[in-house]
Design a protein around this ligand. Structure first.
Ligand code: DX5
Ligand code: ZN
Length: 217
């Protein structure tokens, strides 16, 4: 089975003074999903955006796929609120949930796709008893908290181990992805690629997204 290769711009690197336009621009330039980085200043050392922004994006972009990456200490409390606001997919970190299996079930019951996000230092044994229920597995290739960090190479080995174990699940990679390294990440087994600064800090979003897709197709 061949999995679709998807490019997901992280809006964290967008110009927040014109966020709606910035989202429309990457979608018009060929982006597949909008990656929304939610940070609470507790699980990670940064505070970004939350439920009202997801609601506003959903209202402005009814057809966009909103991939919501929760880097918050209490996804058990807030995941369903994000889905009500318009999230199509929820990623959460296993360290943050008291009941990860139950949360995956609740996310799916609420009508969204469920994804577990694995930090650089988190072993893939966290997928035991959870992996088969997931729509996607997110391998963090930086420590979560900030855009613009350098790719951590051990993510490659982690991705290839996960790909062997779960041949048909979407594997997303997030952090430090650029035109120059996306091919080796794909080679390792990822098929969904988050890129923040590499797209939003580039001169031409379309050219950058096309260059990325050329590398992975
Ligand atoms: C990091 C976030 C990433 C980040 C990606 O905590 O989860 O999505 O914004 O940004 P770049 O592509 O600039 O590393
Ligand atoms: Zn992210």
């Amino acid at each position: 089975m061949s999995l679709k290769q998807r490019i997901c711009p992280s809006i964290l690197a967008a110009d927040f003074t014109k966020l709606g336009e910035e989202c429309e621009a990457v979608l018009a330039a060929g982006a597949d999903w909008l990656h929304v980085d939610v940070m609470d200043g507790h699980f990670v050392p940064n505070i970004t955006i939350g439920i009202p922004v997801v609601r506003a994006l959903r209202a402005r972009l009814p057809d966009a796929f909103l991939d919501v990456h929760l880097m918050i200490s209490d996804p058990d409390q807030f995941a369903e609120e994000f889905i009500k606001a318009g999230a199509d997919l929820i990623s959460f970190h296993p360290e943050t949930s008291f009941h990860p299996h139950g949360l995956i079930q609740r996310i799916k019951t609420a009508g969204a796709k469920a994804c577990l996000s694995i930090n650089p230092g988190t072993p893939i044994s966290c997928l035991d008893y959870l992996g088969d229920d997931l729509d996607m597995i997110l391998v963090m290739s930086v420590n979560p908290g900030f855009g613009g960090q350098s790719f951590i190479p051990s993510a490659l080995e982690k991705i290839s181990k996960i790909r062997k174990r779960f041949p048909s699940v979407d594997i997303q990679v997030d952090g430090g992805i650029k035109v120059e390294n996306i091919a080796k990440v794909k080679e390792a087994g990822a098929n969904v690629f988050v890129a923040g600064s590499a797209i939003y800090k580039s001169e031409d979003y379309r050219v950058t997204i096309e260059q990325m897709l050329d590398q992975v197709r």
